[in-house]
Design a protein around this ligand. Structure first.
Ligand code: GLN
Length: 539
């Protein structure tokens, strides 16, 4: 068996270059060669995890099966590779420091002065040299470091990589992602920012082995040669990542340029045949050929691409398998009233009511649920979205005009959504919700049961504090909203649906976290099929 190999991925010049996509693509390519791979993200911020971060700050918070609130890049890793990441795959400076400080308080350092070097860097190295969850060896560990070279806060991570590079020799490879801007006025592509970024990296003692150049225009061989010679990198190790119509084209584009082969050669592993990746190509073929569109409204409060990343991707993926392009229309819930709901939502083939926390935009989510219910529009409520479906039903069908969630109105006489028993008394906000995978028993013959292809029980990921209040369960069922998915151990309602409508379903869990390119989530598939039945248009 070969030693574990380590690939470090850093970024330079500017942020938002898509390091996460490159990391996920590389993971996919190595996996396609039969290697056992994991991908992890090290973020230089001080928060222990992104769970307490506002989506405006950091986009969506992704949740692993074992209940870690993580960076959204882990969503890309899972969607591209199908690998189930864990709490060990998302590390922040905050977590590193917390471990070291806790150890110091216990007296583990025997009176030593605790310093960034070596104590913080040692802890970073320890986590970079991880094994998989069961302690088995991995063939490749890909470590993506958040932020941009030159950030003060990422310096300890760079020092850890420098040391590991020295320690591991050929078993470690450094990939650096930079940007080659095109200056319209000069009509030229500029390599200087890349040269500077590499110099900065070299100044920290790290010589990149591979450069991935993000660009909006094709880079010719002469330009790649210039970068290679200025940066001490082989020509075959200068790869370009041009803008592509879909992020899922990136692995194939990287494979075509030999990114994985170049890495194998650096490490000294025989390259062998290029894997065919037939199912990936079949997926891309479907994506390219989809000729019809289906329009779906995303009712949420963050008008930001990254805020509902996994939901957007899950919708797109399901659409591709049904040969349609899903056109997502963000509809800010704060702007929805009962009067304008029709105007905002008419013409939509489906409505998704998004997860969330707090008061802002709550009435709009309830009006959107009402509109969908009274107009027979397929509607998918996720977490808070499901809770809003429940409140709308209580108010308008059960006649409980002041029904609410005790999150929004702690004094409501009809707390149809209430704080979970186990949540009472919790004061700390970070990492204390009901998080990660729990089982859900499905009612046979229900919409959900059929969507999951007749499975009796499934496991889905959660991130919430409030739940459906079981005191009202019978009233709901009698009036036509069925609780068709229930946690068998805690009796918590996990799925509600209205069988008399074409497709009206809410989940307390987050199905979007477990939809992948090769295995789109069954509930999203079922929802998209219903949207298509409701109406598609020529692309
Ligand atoms: N705020 C709700 C709760 O805590 C829903 C959370 C969510 O949508 N993720 O239960």
């Amino acid at each position: 068996m070969m030693n574990t190999k380590y690939i470090f991925i850093t970024g330079g010049v500017v942020s938002s270059l898509g390091k996460g996509i490159i990391s996920a693509s590389l993971g996919k390519l190595l996996q396609a060669r039969g290697f056992k791979v994991t991908i992890q993200k090290f973020d230089p911020y001080i928060n222990i995890d992104p769970g307490t971060l506002n989506p405006y700050e950091h986009g969506e918070c992704y949740v692993t099966a074992d209940g870690m609130e993580t960076d959204l890049d882990l969503g890309h890793y899972e969607r591209f590779t199908g690998i189930r990441t864990t709490r060990e795959n998302s590390i922040t400076t905050g977590r590193i420091y917390k471990t070291v400080i806790d150890r110091e308080r216990r007296g583990d350092y025997l009176g030593k002065t605790i310093q960034v070097v070596p104590h913080i860097t040692d802890e970073i190295k320890r986590r970079m040299l991880r094994k998989d969850v069961k302690g088995e060896e991995l063939d490749f560990v890909i470590t993506e470091v958040g932020g941009t070279i030159g950030d003060i806060e990422s310096a300890p991570f760079m020092e850890a990589i420098r040391q590991l590079r020295w320690q591991l020799g050929r078993d470690a490879v450094c990939v650096h992602l930079t940007y080659v801007p095109y200056l319209k006025a000069a009509g030229e592509l500029k390599t200087k920012p890349t040269q500077h970024s590499v110099k900065e990296l070299q100044g920290m003692g790290i010589q990149p082995d591979i450069l991935v150049l993000r660009t909006e225009r094709h880079l010719d061989d002469a330009l790649r040669m210039k970068v290679a010679s200025f940066c001490n990198v082989d020509l075959e190790c200068v790869v370009q990542s041009e803008d592509l119509p879909s992020i899922y084209e990136v692995p194939v584009n990287m494979q075509r340029q030999g990114l994985d082969a170049a890495i194998l050669r650096k490490i000294g592993i025989p390259v062998g045949e290029t894997p065919a990746m037939a199912s990936w190509h079949a997926f891309l073929e479907k994506q390219r050929n989809a000729s019809r569109e289906v329009h779906v409204a995303l009712v949420g409060k963050y008008d930001l691409q990254d805020a509902y990343k996994s939901i957007r991707e899950s919708l797109n993926l399901a659409g591709i398998y049904e040969d349609v392009k899903v056109k997502i229309h963000f509809v800010g819930s704060q702007g929805i009233t009962r009067e304008n709901a029709e105007e905002k939502l008419a013409g939509m083939a489906g409505i998704v009511i998004c997860p969330g926390f707090g008061q802002r935009g709550i009435p709009g989510k309830i009006f959107a649920a009402e509109y969908a219910r009274t107009h027979g529009v397929p509607c998918f409520g996720i977490c808070l979205g499901m809770q809003m479906m429940v409140i709308e039903f209580a108010r308008n069908v059960l006649g409980l005009a002041d029904a609410d969630s005790s999150e929004m109105n702690p004094k409501t006489p009809h707390n149809v959504i209430d704080l979970m028993e186990e949540q009472k008394g919790i004061i700390q906000l970070g990492g204390t919700m009901r998080l990660g995978e729990y089982p859900c028993r499905l009612r046979p013959g229900s919409l959900a049961g059929k969507a999951y292809d007749g499975q009796e029980s499934v496991r889905e990921r959660h991130r919430h504090r409030y739940e459906f209040n079981n005191r009202y369960r019978e009233d709901f069922e009698r009036a036509g909203m069925q609780c068709v998915g229930v946690n068998p151990d805690a009796d918590l309602v996990e799925i509600v649906e209205i069988p008399s409508l074409p497709w009206y379903l809410g989940t307390q869990f987050h199905p979007e976290y477990s939809s992948t390119v090769l295995h789109p989530h069954p509930l999203f598939m079922s929802f998209i099929k219903a949207c298509i039945d409701h109406g598609t248009v020529e692309a």
